[in-house]
Design a protein around this ligand. Sequence first.
Ligand SMILES: Nc1nc2[nH]cnc2c(=O)[nH]1
Length: 162
Amino acid sequence: MSVDVAVGTEQDWMARAIELATSNVDNDGGPFGALIVRDGEIIATGTNKVTADLDPTAHAEVTAIRNACRALDSFKLAGCVLVTSCEPCPMCLAAALWARVDRVLFAADRDDAADAGFDDRAFYDAFEDPETKCPTPVLRVRMPNRNAAFDAWRGKADRVDY
Ligand SMILES: Nc1nc2[nH]cnc2c(=O)[nH]1
C-alpha cells in the first residue's frame, strides 16, 4: 500500500499535514491532519475533531473531504489528492473512495498509530477477518421487502448517481 514519493511539492503538502496534526493536539483534537489538493492548490484542510465535536466520524481525512466538497460545491473529488499525516483508517479510506479522489498520500502508518494508542490497525484486521477479529456483531435480519428502497431508486428517472 505504501508508495515512496520524493517530489518537493508532495513533501511540502505532507509537511503542512503534519504541522496541522501536531498543532491540533493543542486544540483538543487527535494528532491527525489532512489536505485536499487539486492542480497543486490546497482546496481544503481538515483536522481530527472527534472529541471537540462529539463526532466519531470527524477524522482529519473526513473533515478535509467535507470541507473540500463544500469549497468545490460538489460531492465528487475526482482530480484531487488526499494528503494525510497518517495512513487513512478503513472509514477514511472508504470516504476517499466514495469521494473518488485520484490518489491518497500518507506519512505515518497504521503501526505508528497503534503505537500512539489508536485502533486503525485493529480495525483493518477486523475487516480482513470479520469472523474472529470484529469486536462488534454484524447480523443480517431477513426481510421479504429488503429491496424496496433499491427498487424505488432504480425506478427514479431523475436520480443523481454517485
Ligand atoms: N488516519 C487517521 N487515523 C485516525 N485514528 C483516529 N483518528 C484518526 C484520524 O483522524 N485519522
